[in-house]
Ligand binder design. Structure first.
Ligand SMILES: NC(=O)c1ccc[n+]([C@@H]2O[C@H](COP(=O)([O-])OP(=O)(O)OC[C@H]3O[C@@H](n4cnc5c(N)ncnc54)[C@H](O)[C@@H]3O)[C@@H](O)[C@H]2O)c1
Length: 477
């Protein structure tokens, strides 16, 4: 099929490249001309493992191009995806201006040559399917030479569940596809589009093998627009809550000297709970959880419902980021004038995304308290420099370099290369070998044996056996 994807961010680019790899002819459109030029030159503006390689294969399969001109692409297309940003406003509501502009331009560009499906892939408040339809109609009425009744189109919602860092695998081998639509014709179009993905009738790219025991055919949840929109918010709210729960239990574990990772293993093996997303740490970040939970709270509020679980998820996450400061104060007492080294800036490994990254809030607070910051991240330092020039950070070219003469080391992002560090070498180069392991990446015993004063999140302190061993009765006599 002929497909247009509007927005070439993390979602749009990956969606476009994957659909072209499946054999569709794709045009990706963005208003950011510099971004388009980079993509045209195979220079991918984001860090996403495998994306550059898949782009080359996608060009050979269905074919893909990038442009800043929306109208010709829309006219040629059977399916038009909207994948623009929906960032939070200061009130917590989703900013819909990009979505609105995209929907109007689609209306203005369509002609009567074919039936088209306009699919919203951005994460949007419930009801935006209706809003998109209204705006498309406005675009036709106000800017198109065609009459509204001459143009056939349907509106659908196809929320995206990819995770940055594993976006290719998540898109090619999804757990499910959610399709919300107004009518059968619209939904049938999307079933046709996704048929190769559902049946998995394509070779896995050499660098991204099909997972063992992958469920085929891929389950498709076909539903209404509103339910599809709600599924996305509910999924993110649940995941944010699950991590928040693990963090809350970890905080209680610390009080009672229980070990959070062991507790999570113990509960995760219950098939009703599952092991994923139970790692205690300094909290989630990224462009989605915070924004989507806040937006869902707003939607609930519009209907007079106070979403208390969602409020608590946000509150626990906020507190979790402050734990790092608290732990540093417990170890160092005074932070003014101390040098703190941070390992990792990105909100999670395998991405350069710093949106709502815990690192930034921790750095801001430490700087306010008079600390000096040294930091190293394998990928995200350039993005950090570009968008956070106000933060006085000494960027280092390795973890070891960041640790040199530091009074404490904070593990913020669990990049795989940090797990391989020679901890003895790191502790030896520091002014004070204090390690705050914000992701419970290291084995506390190994870190302590390497000379570190180690503290994790919800982990037991070294055990001192305070119980007297009972003296055998025979000896006591
Ligand atoms: N990033 C993720 O991991 C992820 C996962 C699932 C869902 N989502 C959702 O997908 C949506 C997109 O997220 P993202 O991270 O890709 O955003 P992004 O900010 O990385 O990219 C959005 C792109 O849209 C472009 N754009 C804005 N208005 C436009 C217009 N009128 N015409 C053409 N292009 C336009 C911007 O220039 C930008 O390149 C959001 O709603 C987000 O919540 C994101």
């Amino acid at each position: 099929m002929r497909v247009t994807v509007i927005g070439t961010g993390y979602v749009g680019t990956v969606t476009g490249v994957c659909l072209a790899y499946l054999g569709h002819k794709v045009t990706c459109v963005d208003t950011d001309e510099a971004k388009v030029r980079r993509l045209q030159n195979h220079d991918i503006p984001i860090y996403e493992p495998g994306l550059a390689e898949l782009l080359v294969l996608a060009e050979q399969e269905g074919g893909i191009d990038f442009t800043a001109h929306l109208a010709p692409a829309v006219r040629e297309s059977d399916v038009i995806f909207i994948a623009v940003g929906t960032p939070p406003l200061p009130t917590g509501e989703a900013n819909l201006t990009y979505l609105e502009a995209a929907a109007r331009s689609v209306g203005a560009a369509m002609d009567s040559s074919r039936f088209r499906v306009i699919v919203n892939k951005s994460t949007v408040p419930v009801g935006c399917g209706n809003l998109v339809e209204t705006l498309v109609r406005e675009g036709i009425r106000e800017q198109s030479p065609w009459k509204e009744r001459e143009i056939g189109f349907g509106i659908a919602s196809n929320p995206e569940f990819l995770r940055e860092g594993s976006a290719i695998a998540d898109s090619l081998f999804p757990d499910r596809i959610v399709l919300g639509g107004q009518d059968e014709r619209t939904l049938n179009h999307l079933h046709d589009l996704y048929a190769p993905l559902v049946s998995q009738q394509f070779p896995a790219p050499p660098f991204c093998p099909r997972p063992a025991k992958f469920r085929m055919p891929v389950p498709v949840v076909t539903t209404t627009l509103t339910s599809a929109e709600m599924i996305k918010y509910a999924a993110n709210a649940f995941l944010a809550m699950k991590i928040g729960f693990a963090n809350e239990i970890a905080n209680i574990c610390e009080k009672v000297d229980a070990d959070a990772p062991e507790v999570m293993t113990g509960i995760g093996l219950d098939s009703r709970i599952g092991t994923a997303f139970l790692n205690a740490g300094i909290g989630w970040g990224g462009s989605c959880f915070g924004k989507d939970v806040q937006s869902l709270m707003h939607i609930a509020g519009d209907y007079g419902y106070q979403a208390r679980l969602l409020e608590a998820s946000l509150a626990v996450n906020r507190l979790q980021r402050q734990l790092v400061i608290q732990k540093l104060q417990e170890k160092l007492y005074i932070l003014k004038g101390r040098t703190i080294a941070l390992l990792g800036l990105a909100f999670k490994p395998n991405t350069d995304d710093l949106r709502d990254a815990p690192s930034l809030q921790i750095i801001e607070r430490l700087l306010q308290m008079g600390a000096r910051i040294r930091a190293y991240d394998p990928i995200a330092m350039d993005v950090c420099r570009e968008h956070n020039s106000h933060l006085k950070i000494c960027y280092c070219d390795s973890a070891l370099h960041a640790a040199e003469n530091a009074d404490a080391l904070v593990l913020v992002t669990e990049w795989p290369e940090f797990a391989k560090l020679d901890l003895e070498e790191v502790s030896n180069c520091m002014a004070q070998p204090i390690l705050v392991d914000g992701r419970n990446l290291f084995d506390p015993q190994i870190a302590r044996a390497a000379g570190f004063d180690y503290t994790g999140i919800g982990r037991t302190e070294p055990r001192v056996n305070t119980r007297r061993t009972p003296v055998p009765v025979a000896l006591a006599r």
